[in-house]
Design a protein around this ligand. Structure first.
Ligand SMILES: [Zn+2]
Length: 51
């Protein structure tokens, strides 16, 4: 699972946990409120009902 990360030091976006430009640790580019869990759960629930 690829999660987009953003370097807080130089604002470089990367899929890695370390910035390719400055080597510092990156953080998730998604805001904390962003969540795929709820639609994913309902999708799985529907999949179970259909199975
Ligand atoms: Zn950086």
């Amino acid at each position: 699972m690829n999660v987009l990360h953003c370097c807080s030091a130089c604002a470089t976006y990367t899929l890695k946990k370390a910035c390719p430009s400055c080597g510092k640790k990156t953080r998730s580019a998604h805001p904390a409120k962003y969540s795929k869990e709820d639609p994913f759960r309902s999708y799985r629930r529907n999949a179970l009902y259909r199975a």
